[in-house]
Design a protein around this ligand. Structure first.
Ligand SMILES: *[C@@H]1O[C@H](CO)[C@@H](O)[C@H](O)[C@H]1NC(C)=O
Ligand SMILES: *[C@@H]1O[C@H](CO)[C@@H](O)[C@H](O)[C@H]1NC(C)=O
Ligand SMILES: *[C@@H]1O[C@H](CO)[C@@H](O)[C@H](O)[C@H]1NC(C)=O
Ligand SMILES: *[C@@H]1O[C@H](CO)[C@@H](O)[C@H](O)[C@H]1NC(C)=O
Length: 488
């Protein structure tokens, strides 16, 4: 708690630094402009006038709206699908010179952190770690940081540096350099970028996306959007596959059809990307939901599956004949006959649209016998703390184009286009970073990526087309369940 006064000070500094901190996307930098021509061609007056205007526009764009005419823009980041839809990560570049790191893009939390290269690190081999001493622009803020997720915890100290992503640059961005974590990272992921609102940031820092969105004139539109691929039902899927598309500042119209159905965040409670679940159907039968905050859910790209209140999840499986609750380490999960095709739909807010989840996403793996399969909806009992009763993760999000809009604060879903769904199950190389050099990974006698391969135990079974071992079920991530706030 003693962190608070310190944090207020840092926040004030941030506000002041804000205007200066935002740089235009790389694409707007005047790299292709012939400022230094050896033998300038003769220009007539019209040409000179046009050229002068161009120079002025470029300068305005670069120094960002000082003259009132602001350059707006948008950018994108190709994602990687890790561990057959277990997590989706993108690439950011940090420091001077910029070094690229893979980070899980997590709309269910709001802190940015990276594994630290110093001696205290207890990270798996093969994880690229941030070396603050190698960046000339890094500043240590000497402030401890700690966060607990559903799948683990991270602890370290705060610092600030230049951070670039999807063509945008923020200087400074505050983030945590983490020396201790439990059970959270699998190579080649180096950390996590929280994409919720600042109000739930354990660090108190404004998240990268929010700093851009709240600075009028930086983004074309104050939103970000995801298209996520599906490999869960693909036998030949590798540990890393193309993961889809993240867009910042604009939606990508080639990835959805029809309108985006936006629903407001209830009561203006920006923190998580909250929605009220107002409809839940299984194979045409509706499941009764409580109203109001008892049915709030966080729309969370950083969570693999969907978790909900015990009684509602039980009622859902009660609609699937011969389903059974699992016990022991898989308590909270259910299994049901693999031969049953399950069609779950979800409706949010005052929308009239029920969004279906494909059977392929609902069926996450083999149960206790070969003819029984585990479903993607589970319960962790009381969520407690500040977490909402529902955490709605990639199981759902793979079935829609999802838009996270800051103004007005809302979440929108649209139908995926054929261009988007055609990417499901199409194996290929994971995208490579577009900015920054690739971080050096410690040489560890050829074990680089070994931890990643362990996780690649995708389909293992005989009869079911999407089988994961039972023990793997407990390894599904749910980054989103944050005990938010300062943990000291
Ligand atoms: C200037 O040059 C452009 C071609 O480079 C020509 O189209 C234009 O008519 C010229 N304007 C004048 C005023 O000479
Ligand atoms: C951004 O612009 C809108 C109108 O275009 C205005 O209402 C709002 O106050 C502005 N916000 C900031 C932070 O300047
Ligand atoms: C839209 O997404 C597709 C698929 O990832 C990508 O190839 C394309 O460049 C994106 N378009 C824009 C304008 O970002
Ligand atoms: C799933 O159920 C909804 C209605 O509950 C229906 O509109 C939709 O067509 C169904 N989808 C499949 C694949 O059966």
């Amino acid at each position: 708690m003693y962190l608070l006064p310190h944090w207020l000070a840092v926040s004030c500094f941030l506000l002041l630094a804000h205007q200066e901190a935002l740089a235009a996307p790389d694409s707007s930098l005047p790299r292709s402009i012939p400022l230094l021509r050896r033998a300038p061609p003769q220009r007539n007056a019209t040409e000179v006038s046009a050229w002068l205007k161009q120079q002025k526009d470029l300068l305005v764009a670069k120094y960002h709206g000082r003259s009132g005419q602001q350059k707006r823009s948008n950018g994108m980041n190709l994602l990687t699908n890790q561990g057959a839809d277990t997590s989706f990560y993108g690439s950011i570049a940090v420091g001077t010179p910029p070094v690229a790191y893979n980070v899980i893009l997590d709309t269910g939390s709001s802190d940015l952190w990276l594994a630290a290269s110093d001696g205290l690190s207890s990270f798996n081999d093969g994880i690229a770690k941030f070396d603050s001493s190698a960046s000339s622009t890094f500043k240590d803020l000497n402030t401890p940081f700690s966060i607990t997720y559903g799948s683990g915890a991270a602890r370290g100290t705060l610092g600030q540096d230049v951070v670039r992503m999807a063509g945008f640059e923020l200087n400074p961005q505050i983030f945590a350099v983490v020396t201790q974590e439990s059970g959270v990272l699998t190579a080649p992921v180096s950390g996590l970028m929280g994409m919720g609102f600042q109000t739930i940031a354990s660090s108190g820092a404004t998240p990268f996306w929010e700093a851009l969105a709240s600075n009028n004139g930086t983004l074309d539109q104050p939103l970000m959007a995801f298209q996520l691929t599906r490999f869960l039902d693909v036998q030949s899927a590798q540990e890393l596959e193309p993961g889809g598309t993240f867009s910042l500042g604009a939606v990508n119209t080639s990835l959805f059809t029809g309108d985006i159905d936006y629903q407001d965040i209830p009561d203006g409670q920006e923190g998580f990307w909250l929605q009220e679940l107002t409809g839940l159907n299984v194979n045409g039968n509706s499941v009764t939901l409580p109203s109001g905050s008892d049915s709030y859910g966080a729309i969370d790209t950083g969570t693999t599956l969907v978790s909900g209140p015990e009684d509602v999840v039980a009622a859902l499986y009660a609609q699937i004949p011969n389903s059974q609750a699992l016990t022991g380490q898989n308590q909270g999960f259910y299994q049901y006959p693999c031969a049953t095709t399950v069609n779950v739909t979800m409706r949010f807010g005052s929308s009239t649209i029920s969004w279906p989840i494909s059977n392929a996403d609902f069926l996450v793996g083999q149960g206790t016998t070969p003819d029984m399969c585990v479903g993607a909806f589970f319960s962790i009992g009381q969520t407690g703390g500040s977490a909402p009763p529902w955490i709605i993760g990639d199981t759902f999000l793979k079935n829609v184009y999802s838009v996270f809009r800051a103004q007005p604060p809302s979440v929108g879903f649209a139908q995926l286009s054929e261009t988007a769904t055609a990417m499901n199950g199409v194996t290929g190389p994971a995208p490579s970073p577009t900015i920054g050099s690739v971080a050096t990974v410690e040489a560890t006698d050829g074990t680089i990526g070994a931890s990643a391969t362990d996780r690649a135990s995708t389909p293992t079974s005989s009869s079911s087309n999407a089988a994961v071992s039972r023990s793997q079920v407990s390894a599904w991530l749910f980054w989103g369940v944050v005990s938010a706030g300062l943990l000291l």
